[in-house]
Design a protein around this ligand. Structure first.
Ligand code: PMP
Length: 428
């Protein structure tokens, strides 16, 4: 059933570390062989052995409209005829920036980059350059890409593989990283008092998606906003997952909390390698060449990436009903999964906001990294494989959110719930 994937995985390991170009893909924590994907269409992935999967990863977020969305594919094809890169400005970049500004609150100016890592790395540098301070606060289990200062108590693959310290990250690069538990405002207040006048930024995933899906408790983000206002700290929302997914204006709009800087990633490229950081004009004007906070990229604003992202964002901005549909589909999945999980008798927690959802095999609410890590993640791994076998492609780790795409039909959701029922019967 996975013969070709097994062959490809063996071959891949000869020339690619771990056989993959990003660690979580290797299935190391869930065990088994990663399925090698050949193509995708709508809500479905097809692997090298011809197996079909209902996709709940959506390329880790961006495929909001489903795979190979017609207008995006067409736009890329047309644009490619005019070359794939110029390294010079284009009108399309202005249209992209204007569209982002029109959709997202508090974004006066925006700079395009090529990944979420670059976006977060640049936003942190900018916050430091703007405030003249060095320290920053991040939250345990949040992931902001793989730039050195963020690889402290990070989520996603680092949580999955239990990597506590990363060889190669010098003490100098991580000494100014302060960490707190997600949702622990008192700990943030304590750090703000202890390091008064030294903190440049607080960076947070407004809805965490890198330790499963974890929601901000009421008052948490508002509390961060007021600490930042009081102490002159730059509040950075990492909306790499939530931006243009939870609402046209992302978590800022949905949760009604304003950030000073926002980072975006994969979603705004419609599946192409794109990221961006933006925010208040006064801060963004410090970016080179206006200011001295240097940041650059040969492929930043790449025309193929821009046309893909622009086409997708334009669709989302002109058809806001898509957000309601996605929310309704995910709410339906949540409700139906609740039925089969509760009938199974196993302790479980389903966290969800909008089209981000995840399941933890936990007896207690999952509100931060400690509670996510305390869940029965061995059981999750079994659940993952039982689902995969039944044609449901979930993230291969309990420390990741699932993402729904709008190509999913009720029949797909019902098939997913039936697979969950059979999977629980198999593994419990
Ligand atoms: N921030 C968040 C919230 C993310 O989820 C990710 C990637 N999953 C990143 C930053 C890094 O983005 P990239 O992988 O594009 O560098």
């Amino acid at each position: 059933m996975y013969t070709r994937s097994q062959q490809l995985f063996q071959r891949a390991q000869e020339s690619i570390p771990g056989g993959v170009n990003s660690p979580v893909r290797a299935f190391r924590s869930v065990g088994g062989t990663p399925v090698f994907i050949e193509k995708a269409e709508g809500a479905y992935l097809y692997d090298a052995d011809g197996n079909r999967y209902i996709d709940y990863i959506a390329s880790w977020g961006p495929m909001i409209l489903g795979h190979a969305y017609g207008p995006v594919v067409k736009a890329i094809q047309e644009k490619a005829e005019w070359s794939t890169s110029y390294g010079a400005p284009t009108e399309l970049e202005i249209r992209m920036a204007e569209l982002i500004r029109s959709m997202a609150p508090n974004v006066d100016m925006v700079r395009m980059v090529s990944s979420g890592t670059e976006a977060c790395m640049s936003a942190l540098r900018l916050a430091r350059g703007y405030t003249g301070k060095n320290k920053f606060i991040k939250f345990e289990g949040c992931y902001h890409g793989h730039a050195d200062p963020f690889l402290v108590k990070a989520g996603s693959g680092l949580a999955t593989f239990n990597i506590q310290t990363v060889p190669g990250v010098t003490a100098g690069a991580s000494n100014d990283t302060l960490t707190c538990s997600y949702n622990d405002l008192a700990a943030v207040e304590a750090l703000a008092a202890q390091y008064k006048g030294e903190i440049a930024a607080i960076i947070v995933e407004p809805v965490a998606g890198n330790m499963g899906c974890i929601l901000p408790e009421p008052g948490f983000l508002e509390g961060l906003r007021s600490v930042c206002d009081r102490e002159g700290i730059v509040l950075i929302f990492d909306e790499v997952m939530t931006g243009f997914r939870l609402a046209p204006g992302g978590a800022q709009e949905l949760l009604k909390v304003n950030a000073d800087l926002v980072t975006y990633g994969k979603v705004i490229g419609g599946g192409m390698p794109v990221g961006a950081f933006g925010g208040k004009r006064e801060i963004m004007e410090k970016v080179a060449p206006l200011g001295n906070v240097y940041q650059a990229g040969t492929l930043s604003g790449n025309p193929i990436a821009m046309i893909a992202g622009y086409t997708m964002l334009h669709t989302l901005s002109t058809q806001p009903a898509i957000f309601t549909e996605l929310e309704q589909k995910t709410a339906y999945l949540h409700q139906e999964l609740d039925k089969v999980f509760s009938a199974s008798g196993t302790p479980y927690v389903i966290n969800r906001l909008g089209s981000m959802i995840s399941v933890h095999f936990s007896e207690t609410p999952v509100t931060d990294f400690a509670t996510a890590a305390a869940a029965d993640n061995g059981l999750f791994n079994k659940f993952f494989h039982a689902m995969l076998k039944r044609g449901i492609y979930l993230p291969p780790s309990a420390f990741e959110s699932w993402f729904l795409n709008n190509a999913l039909t009720t029949a797909d959701l019902d098939a997913t719930v039936a697979a969950a029922k059979a999977s629980l019967e198999e593994i419990l």
